[in-house]
Design a protein around this ligand. Structure first.
Ligand code: IPE
Ligand code: IPE
Ligand code: MG
Length: 228
C-alpha cells in the first residue's frame, strides 16, 4: 500500500480483547493471556506507524474492568506496574509520544507515579502518539467533559471537546476490536461518531500486522460520507 495513493487513517483505536480466552484455550491462567497481550502491543503499533497512522489509542483497562475478580484486577495492576515503563520506552524509541486517557486515581500511588514519570520521559519533536486508555470509560469521560465545560461557562461542542481526554489528538478514523465481540464496551463513545468499525475473531495476543494491513486495505475501499 503506497501512502501517496492510499487513504490512511490518522487515528486508530484498538479494543484489545480476548486475552483471557487465549490463555484458557492453552490451559493457562488468564494472567498469562494478559502478559502475551502486552507483548503484542509494540509490534502492532509499529505496523500501524509503518503505514503512516499518526495516533493509536489502546484500550487497556476499562472502568468496568474494576469489577473483575480481585485477583485478576491485582494481576493486571501488577502487570501495568512492571511492564508499562519498558513498553513505553519501546514506543518512545519508535518516535512516539505516550499519553494516557482515563481516571487514573483508582490505581495505587506507585502506578500513578510510574505514569507521571512516563509523561516526563516524552521528548519533543515526536511524530506519533500512543494514547493508552487505562481505567477509561466513555461515559465517565463524557460526564467529566460536560462538568468541565459547564464550569468554564457556555457548553458548546468546542468547550465540551476541550474536556475530553483525547483533546488535541486527530479525529478517530477507525476502531479495531479483536476477540470476536461486536460492541464498543464503553470505548471512545463520543469520538466513535464517524469511525469505521472493524471486528475480528482473532484473539488479541494472536493479532498481527498482516491482519491489520488487510483492515487498512478494507478501510481504503470504504466511502466515508459523514452524512453527506
Ligand atoms: C482484554 O482481554 C483485556 C482486558 C479487558 C483487561 P479479556 O481479559 O477481556 O479477555 P477475554 O475477553 O475474557 O477473553
Ligand atoms: C473491553 O473488553 C475492554 C478492554 C479491552 C480493555 P471487555 O472484555 O472488558 O468487554 P466486554 O465485557 O466483553 O464487553
Ligand atoms: Mg474480554
Amino acid at each position: 500500500m503506497k501512502s501517496d495513493e492510499a487513504k490512511i487513517p490518522r487515528h486508530v483505536g484498538i479494543i484489545m480483547d480476548g486475552n483471557g480466552r487465549w490463555a484458557t484455550r492453552r490451559m493457562l491462567p488468564r494472567t498469562a493471556g494478559h502478559r502475551a497481550g502486552v507483548k503484542n502491543i509494540t509490534p502492532v503499533v509499529s505496523a500501524a506507524f509503518d503505514v503512516g497512522v499518526e495516533c493509536v489509542t489502546l484500550y487497556a483497562f476499562s472502568t468496568e474492568n474494576r469489577g473483575r475478580d480481585k485477583a485478576e484486577v491485582d494481576a493486571l495492576i501488577d502487570l501495568i506496574r512492571k511492564r508499562l515503563k519498558p513498553m513505553t520506552r519501546e514506543l518512545i524509541a519508535r518516535g512516539a509520544h505516550v499519553v494516557f486517557s482515563g481516571d487514573t486515581s483508582y490505581f495505587p500511588d506507585d502506578v500513578q507515579q510510574i505514569m507521571s514519570e512516563i509523561a516526563a520521559e516524552n521528548v519533543d519533536g515526536y511524530e506519533k502518539t500512543v494514547n493508552i486508555a487505562l481505567d477509561y470509560g466513555g461515559r465517565e469521560e463524557i460526564v467529566r467533559a460536560a462538568k468541565l465545560a459547564s464550569e468554564s461557562g457556555e457548553v458548546t461542542a468546542q468547550s465540551f471537546e476541550r474536556g475530553l481526554y483525547t483533546y488535541g489528538l486527530p479525529d478517530l478514523d477507525m476502531i479495531v476490536r479483536t476477540g470476536g465481540e461486536k460492541r464498543l464496551s464503553n470505548f471512545l463513545l463520543y469520538q466513535a461518531a464517524y469511525a469505521e468499525l472493524f471486528f475480528t475473531d482473532t484473539l488479541w495476543p494472536d493479532f498481527g500486522g498482516e491482519e491489520l494491513a488487510e483492515m487498512f486495505c478494507q478501510y481504503n475501499k470504504r466511502t466515508r460520507r459523514f452524512g453527506k
